[in-house]
Design a protein around this ligand. Structure first.
Ligand code: FAD
Length: 484
């Protein structure tokens, strides 16, 4: 008899407790295999969805209780969308899938030989494991980036960036010293890849639209959005005509695009370039590099140059046929090239890992993974995007329409699709971004830390600026200025 998952493991708050359905084993039931999935991003979510109707129990673990649609995260930073419009509670996603259980927690350790995952206070035993912990920023050792740059790798960071941009305008509006005011109004984006290009365009539209009306006494000609790219063209990997189009379009919008520009250091107030140029800028956003979200040698895993875990063509970990690595964390080569760190790779590898586990359970061998490239889309601004799909290049309004349709279609949840459409339509018609609140991100209750606190610096990948730190940074800068 298969044990239904309604016989839940008891969660303990004291010492470590096993969260597997061991009771059933002692009672003589045939135990359903437990698949632990670490991370509920694109890879983990699609693996869980694939396994949801299978003869397994699924333990889905994430440090957040929601899934985030990263392709629209930059719109949180640019105050275009609300956080809840691009995220979905994980428990809701699996309402009708009783064999999927969600556990909120930071994955602390994985013991591959004992087949145990450790989260604070608890242990989860597995028969099969899918590791989908994504990626983290790669600062390539550039001094100051980890401490002072904003990154876009989580919802909290999107909110922190939005707060910073809106606060910078407020500070500039009260500043009497022209140089300081200029520094508050200079926004430097490092990295001319998809996120850098999309964020630069969205930020400029925010400034020229709503912020221009919110701050009538500020001279908008003073505002600088600077986009720095180390190579000689934007959107590396796109056909040249599309890179050129993106550059021309951004320049026309008023963005300072600098190619072949390498950043060597940043401080709280400045960006220093290899050629000696200095840009006085209070807000620096790093979008130029990511790497696998794991430390070298962690859990005994071998990693490559991009800090990804090397896998077999079936996505299995060498020597561990019960362990699969998917998404950004998987170092997969296809036709001699590494696969890009994009959502489609996460979705397709997550699905493939789920299917391979089901095959193993049915006594069949796992199949090698093959990635199907569905194309690339990047939006630049209103009516302007680039698309490389079906081996054809599209630009301008047709590409923008494709971009809108694809993103609405891929958002999770009908409510989110509807809300995003309304916000975009409002923005399109009235040039007004819907959200411009500087929302406090920390509340002191005097009762100690909340049960699910935003991870502290020690818990998050190096370089991530938490909202807490941003607030500290703002106070620090204000003190430097003698303002508080
Ligand atoms: C700003 C931005 C824009 C992007 N735009 C696009 C785009 O337009 N098109 C595209 O195809 N791709 C885009 N990408 C890339 C795409 O989002 C990633 O390739 C994809 O999310 C990878 O999926 P994943 O499952 O490997 O990792 P993720 O989606 O990053 O998921 C990892 C999950 O693991 C959790 N996690 C991490 N560490 C721990 C831990 N220790 N304990 C518990 N939980 C943990 C995280 O909370 C997260 O939910 C973008 C990425 C970003 C950041």
């Amino acid at each position: 008899m298969l044990l239904p998952f309604e016989n839940p493991p008891i969660l303990g708050s004291g010492g470590r407790q096993s969260l597997t359905d061991e009771k059933s084993m002692h009672e003589g039931h045939v135990r359903r295999p437990n698949v632990a999935i670490l991370g509920a991003g694109f890879g983990g979510l699609w693996a869980a969805r694939t396994l949801a109707d299978g003869p397994v129990n699924v333990s889905l673990i994430d440090r957040h209780n929601y899934h985030t649609f990263f392709p629209l995260l930059y719109q949180i930073g640019a105050a275009e969308l609300e956080p809840e419009e691009i995220s979905q509670p994980l428990r809701k996603i699996f309402w009708k899938r009783p064999n999927v259980r969600f556990f909120l927690g930071e994955v602390q350790d994985v013991d591959l030989s004992a087949k145990v995952v450790k989260i604070p206070g608890h242990e989860i035993r597995y028969d099969y494991l899918v590791v989908a912990l994504g990626s983290k920023p790669n600062f390539y050792g550039v001094p100051g980036l980890a401490e002072y740059a904003f990154t876009l790798k989580s919802l909290e960071q999107g909110i922190a960036l939005r707060n910073q941009i809106l606060t910078s305008f407020e500070r500039a509006a009260c500043e009497v010293e022209p140089e300081r005011q200029q520094a508050w109004l200079t926004f430097t984006i490092i990295g001319g890849g998809p996120t850098g290009v999309e964020f630069a365009g969205a930020l400029m539209e925010l400034i020229n639209g709503a912020l221009g009306r919110d701050f009538p006494h500020l001279d908008l000609k003073q505002v600088r959005v600077v986009l720095l790219e180390a190579s000689d063209h934007l959107l590396v990997g796109m056909p040249e005509e599309l890179s050129d189009y993106a550059q021309k379009r951004l320049t026309k919008m008023g963005i300072d695009v600098h190619l072949k520009s390498q950043v060597v250091k940043i401080t709280p107030r400045e960006v220093l370039m290899k050629d000696g140029t200095r840009i006085a800028s209070r807000t620096v956003i790093w979008t130029a590099g990511v790497q696998g979200n794991i430390s070298a040698g962690q859990w005994g895993l071998a990693t490559n140059r991009r800090n990804q875990v090397e896998v077999l063509p079936t996505l299995q970990l060498p020597g561990h046929p019960e362990v699969y690595i998917v998404g950004d964390l998987a170092g997969i080569q296809q036709d001699g090239h590494p696969l890009p760190m994009v959502a489609q790779v996460g979705i397709q590898t997550g699905t493939a890992a789920g299917r391979n586990i089901l095959r193993q359970l049915a006594g069949q061998p796992p199949l090698p993974f093959r990635y199907h490239d569905k194309g690339t889309l990047d939006v630049i601004g209103r009516n302007a995007a680039v698309a490389h799909i079906w081996h054809r290049a599209f630009q301008g309004f047709p590409a923008w329409l494709i971009w809108v349709w694809v993103h609405i279609f891929n958002l999770i949840g009908y409510r989110n699709r509807f809300l995003v459409l309304i916000d975009w339509a409002w923005d399109y018609l009235f040039s007004e971004h819907s959200v411009r609140l500087i929302v406090p991100t920390e509340i002191h209750t005097g009762r100690g830390p909340a049960a699910t606190e935003i991870p502290d610096k020690a818990d998050v990948p190096v370089g991530i600026v938490t909202p807490k730190e941003t607030a500290k940074e703002m106070i620090f800068l204000a003190e430097l200025d003698g303002k508080v």
